[in-house]
Design a protein. Structure first.
Length: 120
């Protein structure tokens, strides 16, 4: 329903539906609800919802979370973690993530690099 209201330019109503879906654990709803915050530059709250959706392997959320980590929006900038999220989406054949990786020549992080980020 949120998408229908979004298409009709009733963003308040769309956000209500995105919130209901997000709180019910729907990964698409979590991503869309997160984008509401991202578009208002409320990045920390956006990242919160992107993480919930990314944990459920939602590729839009993984891609957007990767961007957040590259740009330092709502999180400390970390290109290794950003690349990990982009590759998680690309591994699902998500074209936007694939394009970002290719256009920016982003290498796939190694397990060693990821472990270092987690333990530092």
């Amino acid at each position: 329903m949120g998408v229908v209201y979004s298409l009709e330019k009733n963003m308040d109503k769309a956000e209500q539906y995105y919130k209901m879906a997000a709180e019910a654990g729907n990964p698409d709803g979590q991503f869309c609800y997160g984008m509401q915050f991202y578009n208002r530059e409320e990045y920390e709250e956006a990242v919160n919802w992107f993480e919930k959706a990314a944990e459920q392997e939602e590729p839009d959320a993984q891609t957007q979370l990767g961007i957040c980590y590259f740009e330092g929006h709502g999180v400390e900038s970390n290109p290794i973690v950003g690349a990990w999220y982009l590759y998680a989406a690309a591994d699902q054949d998500w074209q936007r993530a694939i394009n970002l990786i290719n256009e920016n020549n982003i290498p796939r992080p190694t397990e060693e690099e990821l472990n270092k980020q987690i333990h530092d």
